[in-house]
Write a protein that binds this ligand. Structure first.
Ligand SMILES: Nc1ncnc2c1ncn2[C@@H]1O[C@H](COP(=O)(O)OP(=O)(O)O)[C@@H](O)[C@H]1O
Ligand SMILES: [Mg+2]
Length: 232
């Protein structure tokens, strides 16, 4: 059966929320569940591409689980051309987007994404900037109209369950409830030492376990039919 084409962008203009980390870990997750994956590194710092280059140079396992290509979003025409190619890929394209929302090609990326995964931290500053991000997407929807079809998925990341007063916990559930008006909120990903070091070549069992609840939720959302027919 031909694999359908899906484009998923990791976005949030706030840095440090886990876009790059979760993009890499989700790529491994999808490969392990049998999907062809292609990662586009559009982060201005090309973190994923740098990791890959270094890991290859270090002579780690040369069988790459997924391809990584750098594409900066400086030129809208070049990005539109890339999207044509991404659409032909029989599998799941994951795009790690930059924090800078002014890149010329970014609108095309958002307009052509089937899903936008927005990791966020449960602190006040990040919540405010996540709200700004939602405003941007909504503005795009009203400017571009129905061509923006991306569903939003919010991932609470780096959650430290041990801290938090009653008031903070109340703020957290209010935030999740509020974000639920704009998209799905996935189960939390905890703040874990094992998630601080990620590889483009492999995922550890510990990392798989730490992200399983959120990633299972996302997989169900992006392709509910596929998960019912899974042969695993
Ligand atoms: N759940 C987590 N637990 C612990 N560290 C995390 C977690 N998620 C991300 N990190 C770390 O936080 C930092 C920022 O993550 P990163 O993926 O680079 O964010 P972004 O791409 O949004 O700027 C990195 O050092 C990363 O290793
Ligand atoms: Mg990043």
């Amino acid at each position: 059966m031909a694999e359908p084409n899906t484009i998923i962008t990791f976005a949030n203009q706030k840095g440090g929320v886990g876009k790059t980390t979760l993009c890499m870990l989700f790529a491994h997750y999808l490969v392990k569940s049998g999907h062809p994956v292609w990662v586009i590194d559009s982060d201005g710092q090309s973190s994923i591409a740098h990791f890959r280059k270094k890991e290859i140079a270090d002579g780690e396992n040369m069988d790459v689980p997924f391809e990584v290509n750098v594409h900066l979003l400086k030129d809208k025409n070049a990005t539109d051309k890339l999207i044509g190619k991404l659409r032909e890929f029989k599998g799941i394209v994951l795009i790690d987007s930059p924090g800078n929302l002014n890149e010329p090609g970014l609108v095309s990326i958002f307009a052509n994404s089937d899903f936008i995964i927005c990791p966020f931290l449960l602190d006040k500053i990040t919540i405010t900037s996540t709200a700004t991000f939602i405003l941007l997407i909504n503005r795009l929807r009203s400017t571009l109209g129905s061509s923006v079809k991306a569903e939003l998925l919010f991932v609470p990341n780096r959650v430290d369950g041990r801290v938090g007063t009653k008031e903070e916990k109340r703020l957290i559930s209010a935030t999740k409830l509020h974000l639920g008006n704009f998209g799905n909120v996935t189960p939390e990903i905890a703040l874990r030492a094992c998630l601080q070091r990620t590889s483009t070549m492999a995922i550890t069992d510990e990392q798989t376990a730490a992200t399983a609840a959120a990633f299972d939720f996302i997989k169900e959302t992006i392709n509910p039919k596929n998960s019912t027919h899974s042969h695993e």
